[in-house]
Design a protein around this ligand. Structure first.
Ligand code: ZN
Length: 291
């Protein structure tokens, strides 16, 4: 079964309007995140076509687990989004599964694929502190230049952001994020910026100290991990596929074409049910996630 999913547009103080042009989305001028494949309570995908039209993804997951290959976990495990950073995101860290239990959530390991960035755009992944004491001192001093590992990125780069990795997406970056289904972010620093209500956004320095990796791991420029896998597929004319055991979750990044007899285009999010055979036609670049 092939199900198109309706994305959710989320405004952020650091968002912008670039996704209107790139994916023809009807967003505001502050759109920061597009949640494309999500069964998370803070923003859920809705099925747009076929027998289950109108279902929320969590409903489908709870009532028709056979479409997900009878996946055993209690909740739909992944969330796929497009992030549009016109300005810098906060410097942040996410908890792992164990640390997130007290918030009744999964942890948040995430992977990034850089869709579009401007020349000399940077990113922050990891820190240089050797001990917890050094980490806390550098934060108290506000010495983020010394603390953080900042470097230049290019379109097409992949990064693996294990939970416990301090990170920040910087201005002028559009990326695809595949993550565990979680919405817990501990902000360490937010550039003293005001939110849409003219209030400072809350920081969570104590929580960040509890879950940040010290000393840090080296930056991993790849994407497969214990929670999910994904690949980028270049479709030229035709490609025959069969969905993985728990389904395939597709984002079309470029082009127009067809999936079986249905038209598809850049910006579409599609779920293919467990082991379903499908054909892709046209010239497309797609990203396919499975778990
Ligand atoms: Zn993050």
């Amino acid at each position: 079964m092939i199900m198109f999913l309706k994305p959710i547009f989320i405004d952020k103080v650091w968002g912008g309007n670039k996704l209107k042009k790139l994916f023809n989305y009807n967003t505001s001028n502050n759109c920061g995140e597009v949640w494309g494949i999500s069964a998370h309570k803070n923003g859920e995908s809705t099925i747009l076509n076929g027998y289950f039209k109108g279902y929320k993804l969590s409903q489908l997951f709870n009532k028709h687990r056979e479409l997900f290959g009878n996946y055993k976990g209690e909740e739909f495990p992944i969330l796929v989004k497009i992030i549009n950073a016109k300005k810098d995101l906060s410097i942040q860290v996410h908890p792992n599964d164990n640390q997130a239990k007290k918030y009744d959530s999964l942890g948040k390991t995430e992977c990034w694929y850089i869709i579009d960035s401007e020349k000399d755009t940077e990113i922050i992944i990891g820190h240089h502190a050797k001990t917890k004491e050094e980490y806390v001192n550098l934060i108290n001093e506000g010495n983020y230049t010394k603390l953080l590992n900042k470097f230049k990125i290019q379109n097409g780069d992949y990064f693996y952001i294990d939970s416990g990795t301090i990170h920040a997406i910087c201005s002028n970056t559009i990326l695809l994020e595949v993550q565990q289904s979680s919405d817990i972010t501990f902000r360490v620093f937010d550039y003293k910026r005001l939110d849409f209500n003219n209030k400072l956004r809350t920081l969570h320095i104590k929580e960040s100290v509890e879950c940040v990796n010290i000393p840090d791991n080296v930056v991993r420029r790849q994407h497969n991990n214990e929670f999910f896998s994904y690949e980028l597929v270049d479709v030229f004319e035709e490609r025959v596929c069969k969905a993985h055991q728990h389904g395939d979750y597709i984002v079309i990044l470029e082009g127009i074409g067809k999936i079986n007899d249905m038209e598809c285009k850049a910006g579409d999010f599609i779920m293919i049910s467990s082991q379903y055979a499908y054909h892709l036609y046209g010239n497309l670049i797609i990203q396919k996630t499975w778990f």
